[in-house]
Design a protein. Structure first.
Length: 70
């Protein structure tokens, strides 16, 4: 596998990771709001928390890639 393919696969993995986190936060929040009658607060809160966690993961990977090797 070339470096370009490896980089593309890693970026695709990051995109999927962000996507599934947001989808999970949205679905779990929606379900909890329905059960607890708190709409739309848990949906918004969990979706936002999932987005922040995904962005933090992306930043961590980018920093790791930009750190020079010893």
């Amino acid at each position: 596998m070339t470096d370009s393919e490896s980089t593309n696969n890693e970026l695709m993995g990051l995109a999927w990771s962000l996507g599934w986190r947001i989808a999970a936060g949205l679905l779990i929040g929606y379900w909890l709001d329905g059960r607890l009658g708190t709409a739309p607060w848990l949906t918004l809160g969990l979706t936002l928390a999932a987005f922040v966690a995904g962005v933090m993961q992306i930043l961590r990977v980018v920093r790791q890639q930009n750190t020079p090797a010893p």
